[in-house]
Design a protein around this ligand. Structure first.
Ligand code: COA
Ligand code: MG
Length: 289
């Protein structure tokens, strides 16, 4: 799966920002037709994104397009506008039922057949950002075309009537639910936007917290947030070295007939090995180790 440590949004009608986004070395670029685009500019966003998909070289950055929510009335035109140019994935915001994913997946499959592209080569990433999205996650997240669950903190707070605070405890249950569902289905969980984009200390701290919760990446809205986010979701050299030591010593311990053993004064057994392997997987995905 493509690494998505930072997923950068920009308004889909803003050619300048899209053109700039390909210079940041960001894992994922998400050209937005939803809330980043004014109601009066939806048509311009569709045209601009279609043009960007045809004309720009995104390099190693993934090219995503976010459509408007299923049921908004914009979603069909949004999808039809971008599918002919093979985006790597479609982001569907505010998903609340599996049927909404099925609807989009069927249209994407028609395009794959029509253009002779491999089936499932265009992935779906979904925004889980309402109470219904959280409550129905178990069914929604089982869809085979999904790569990632993107938790939207601002929308979720607005939906349940919570006050957003820097500590984000009001989001904690929903963030945990997202990471848990992602774990169940082998999907990526992508964490909240930090709207205070001038303050890099906040984005760094929030990204590190998200990484500790099990998220693999974070939504970002400004170029300055890309590096702190990508760094926070890349295992550190120390974490990699420690994980390698666990893998090596675990093997020796198994051969000696012990399931649990001591390393630097701490007990190591199977769950710690599994966690160490996850660290190494993430390091590899980030091009390290
Ligand atoms: N993607 C690409 N380039 C961006 C960018 C983004 N998300 N945000 C800012 N830039 C560019 C600006 O165009 C500017 O380029 P320039 O120096 O060539 O003029 C440079 O980075 C510095 O931007 P800055 O002046 O600090 O920010 P701003 O006031 O222009 O924009 C926002 C602030 C929040 C409006 C802008 O960052 C933005 O549009 N973010 C994305 C919003 C979005 O898509 N929301 C929906 C999803 S949550
Ligand atoms: Mg939103």
């Amino acid at each position: 799966m493509h690494p998505r440590r930072a997923l950068l949004y920009m308004p889909g009608d803003d050619w300048k920002k899209i053109n700039k986004s390909i210079t940041f070395g960001v894992d994922s670029i998400c050209m937005d037709m939803e809330d980043g685009t004014a109601l009066s500019r939806k048509a311009e966003a569709r045209e601009t994104i279609a043009r960007a998909l045809q004309e720009l070289d995104f390099g190693k950055s993934e090219k995503l397009a976010r459509i408007n929510a299923v049921g908004s009335g914009f979603e069909s035109l949004d999808l039809q506008a971008v599918l002919p140019y093979h985006p790597d994935g479609i982001v569907i915001p505010k998903v609340e039922s599996r049927e909404q994913v099925e609807w989009a997946s069927a249209i994407i499959e028609q395009a794959e057949l029509e253009y002779g592209w491999p089936i499932n080569s265009i992935r779906i990433l979904i925004g889980i950002e309402t109470a219904a999205g959280i409550m129905n996650l178990r069914e929604i997240a089982s869809h085979p075309r999904l790569d990632a669950l993107i938790f939207g903190g601002e929308d979720f707070a607005a939906n349940i009537g919570a006050v957003r605070t820097p500590e984000a405890w009001e989001l904690f249950y929903a963030r945990s639910a997202t990471v848990t569902a992602a774990g169940m289905y082998g999907l990526q969980a992508i964490d909240i936007v930090t709207i205070d984009f001038k303050n890099l200390e906040i984005v760094r701290a929030e990204a590190e917290f998200g990484a500790r919760m099990g998220f693999v990446g974070k939504q970002v809205i400004h170029p300055a947030q890309v590096e702190p986010a990508q760094l926070a979701f890349t295992p550190s050299d120390e974490a990699i070295a420690h994980a390698k030591r666990i893998v090596e010593t675990f093997e020796t311990s198994q051969q000696a007939g012990a399931g649990a053993y001591a390393l630097d004064g701490k007990m190591i057994d199977m769950p710690l090995l599994k966690n160490a392997q996850k660290v190494l997987d993430r390091a590899r995905a980030a091009g390290k180790a």
